[in-house]
Design a protein around this ligand. Structure first.
Ligand code: ZN
Length: 233
């Protein structure tokens, strides 16, 4: 089975549309969304609706948790807070209910899917170093765990130095972000996992950044949120 994994869409509709268009041509059996569908960007309802139509599975992200009131606004930085106040005003009741229905973690095809970490997912830990991953490997029920949250794609193995999947070892795979990449590369990021071949590939794709930035400006969200899209930061 070929599974596409997308994360951290952050209400960036041009990026999500580009990603889904690409996946249409890549023999995908299903698409899993790792959360943070909303926050920062200006098209939250449109993005939720596309996820509902096209993703077979999805989990809750920390911005989604703020949007449904299960995490306080103070959890977010200043521009994030401003965008979230606006998001909470515009989200339809139906889409809010959908976010509230999402689990924190799920297992599918012998892999785990979670927004931040499989170890106490409700703590929203940023796994951004091999050091922080140590306890996490011990908590994994499956050999593979797909995460997002840092917006930086990468692969960590319990055995240092392994960057390609192999059976018998635990891997944490960060698929990067669709709507707000932060590794200095503004191209959207997504992953494709083949559970038959046990292979994983990360893809970086162009999308219409100007369009995403324009809708942030039109809705009077903080300008830093549009600028950072061009920088991939
Ligand atoms: Zn995020």
């Amino acid at each position: 089975m070929r599974i596409a994994i997308i994360s951290d869409i952050h209400a960036n509709l041009p990026a999500l549309t580009a990603a889904l268009g690409f996946l249409q041509h890549h023999q995908i059996d299903n698409i899993v969304c790792l959360g943070d569908i909303v926050g920062y960007g200006a098209q939250p309802n449109e993005c939720i609706e596309l996820v509902r139509q096209q993703c077979s599975h999805a989990v809750l992200g920390n911005h989604d948790a703020v949007a449904i009131g299960s995490l306080p606004l103070n959890h977010l930085n200043a521009p994030g807070k401003a965008a979230m106040r606006w998001t909470m005003e515009v989200l339809t009741k139906d889409n809010t209910q959908y976010l509230a229905s999402l689990p924190l973690l799920l297992e599918h095809e012998n892999a785990t899917f979670v927004h931040a970490s499989p170890f106490k997912p409700e703590f929203w830990t940023y796994i951004d170093s091999p050091f922080k991953a140590k306890d996490v490997f011990a908590a994994m029920n499956t050999e593979l765990c797909f995460i997002g949250h840092t917006h930086v794609p990468g692969i960590l193995c319990e055995k240092p130095g392994y960057f390609q999947l192999r059976k018998g070892f635990r891997f944490l795979i960060n698929v990067g972000s669709i709507g707000q990449p932060r590794d200095g590369n503004p191209k959207l990021s997504l992953g494709i996992f083949d559970s038959t071949d046990w292979t994983y590939e990360n893809y970086r794709l162009d999308y219409d950044i100007q369009r995403a930035a324009d809708s942030i400006t039109q809705n009077r969200l903080p300008s830093s949120l549009s600028r950072r899209l061009f920088q991939g930061m």
